[in-house]
Design a protein around this ligand. Structure first.
Ligand SMILES: [Zn+2]
Length: 466
């Protein structure tokens, strides 16, 4: 390969005995090699090891076109982009060709003329794998011109033959010739464009403004769609539907650990995070909020609740914790349950409510947050083991918490309330005040949500009492 990529003419390519193979075969060969070498074929894709990935590998081994069906935020784009890893590092094309012509078998008029004239001395160039992928979000206003091409009226007027490819201004698919083209949300494409796409892929010719043009492209086309739109009668023209060898359903993470792993992998990171401490229960609560949202009848499940909801909520929560740490001059940044009220900013815009009503988004966010905190709390504690804490409140103890409360005030509270130290210890051995503050809030809020403590929401935060 290394010596071959140095070839600069068709003659040098031939001297290296370089074979040009179709893109499906190239992907298949590389997949076989990667599976044999036990390499990770789809790096960074979490939670699909036993579902989506085997099906996708089968489709590639079978040389089939694929449509991925799934709601928003199920890593569909990421999966498709990672197919680029199955392409050769570089392939030769005729230098300057708009549609990446195969040096041995050019299809565009310019290249055919060039090869006829210069023969094996025709110059080639190398096309790297990153440049062999393109994607487009389907919208109703996408035209044949965008995707396939258009006839240049000036060139027609200059007297070129109508069937002459010289007059075509190529669209996105021909420009991705010998590569991977992804069309997102396929059902949003107008029917006539779907027909054009089908003809191009299957018959290898296309009608542009009434002219029939032969265009024998070699493109691996992958599509995505929302499952409901895709199965909805009439949204996809039948021949196009038939063309997909495999339809693969994506899904949201099936395990909370996977949701958390994605949050950690995808969230925005900064170089100065060495003072950040995030207790596990905080991550679990955030992931659980999303999981609860995916089951909520108040949220439109047709559009789904993306993993991006978890990621953005996590970022927002860390933002609020950092803002407090800066203002208080804290050493450590540690998020608390009282910070959760801020996630509405990242949450509300990413979900679609079934009905609209002023203030409903905050109420839904609040409900889901409580449900999630309760569920995660019950995984850590049996409330009956916390009777000592409840008794302390029975005897008149009160406690005030809040996202603006100084971390340094919490150790005193732990000392004051019988049983609270033991409850905190159940969560962490960490003695840093910022971490203790977070643990105390989780315990008190959990008791409240279990109806063991009353809670009055104050402007400053929460006042717990019996
Ligand atoms: Zn060409």
């Amino acid at each position: 390969m290394t010596s071959a990529t140095q070839a600069k003419t068709i003659a040098e390519l031939r001297a290296n005995n370089y074979q040009v193979i179709p893109v499906r075969e190239e992907m298949r060969n590389n997949l076989i090699a990667q599976i044999r070498a036990e390499q990770i074929v789809f790096p960074g894709i979490i939670g699909f090891d036993e579902t989506v990935i085997p099906q996708l590998e089968n489709a590639i081994l079978a040389g089939q076109d694929v449509i991925l069906l799934g709601e928003r935020g199920q890593a569909k784009s990421r999966i498709i982009r990672s197919l680029v890893n199955l392409l050769d590092e570089a392939i030769p094309k005729i230098a300057g060709c708009e549609i990446n012509d195969n040096p041995y078998k050019p299809i565009c008029r310019v290249c055919r003329d060039k090869v006829a004239e210069q023969g094996d001395e025709t110059e080639i160039e190398w096309l790297f794998r990153e440049d062999r992928y393109s994607e487009k979000l389907a919208t109703p206003d996408i035209s044949i011109a965008d995707l396939i091409g258009e006839i240049d009226p000036i060139k027609v007027a200059e007297g070129h033959y109508l069937s002459d490819e010289l007059v075509i201004h190529y669209g996105l698919i021909p420009r991705t010739n010998r590569g991977i083209f992804c069309i997102n949300e396929l059902p949003d494409l107008a029917e006539r464009i779907q027909v054009g796409m089908f003809n191009l892929m299957e018959e290898r010719d296309v009608q542009i403004k009434g002219y029939r043009i032969r265009l024998p492209l070699d493109v691996y086309v992958v599509s995505t769609a929302n499952p409901e739109d895709y199965t909805n009668r009439g949204r996809i023209v039948t021949p196009l539907k038939d063309r997909y060898g495999s339809q693969i359903h994506t899904h949201y993470p099936k395990k909370i650990e996977d949701e958390i792993a994605i949050m950690e992998q995808e969230r925005t990171r900064f170089p100065d995070e060495e003072n950040l401490v995030v207790p596990n229960y905080i991550k679990e609560i955030l992931a659980e909020i999303t999981i609860q949202a995916r089951q909520s009848s108040e949220i439109n499940q047709r559009s789904g609740v993306s993993v991006r909801v978890s990621i953005s909520n996590y970022e927002t929560l860390l933002g609020n914790a950092l803002r407090r740490a800066i203002r208080h001059g804290d050493t450590w940044t540690c998020p608390r349950t009282s910070d959760l009220s801020y996630i509405v900013a990242s949450f509300a815009g990413k979900i679609e409510l079934e009905t609209f009503e002023e203030g409903r988004e905050s109420r839904v966010t609040d409900d889901l947050t409580r449900r999630a905190v309760l569920r995660i709390f019950d995984g850590y504690f049996d409330v009956n083991d916390l009777e000592t804490v409840v008794t302390a409140f029975d005897l008149g103890q009160t406690a005030e918490t809040g996202n603006e409360k100084l971390a340094s005030e919490y150790p005193a509270l732990i000392a004051q309330v019988d049983g609270l130290a033991a409850a905190v210890k159940h969560l962490t051995d960490d003695q840093r005040p910022e971490v203790l503050a977070s643990a105390v809030e989780f315990v008190l809020e959990g008791l409240h949500l279990n109806r063991r403590l009353n809670c009055e929401r104050t402007p400053a935060g929460s006042l717990y009492r019996r």
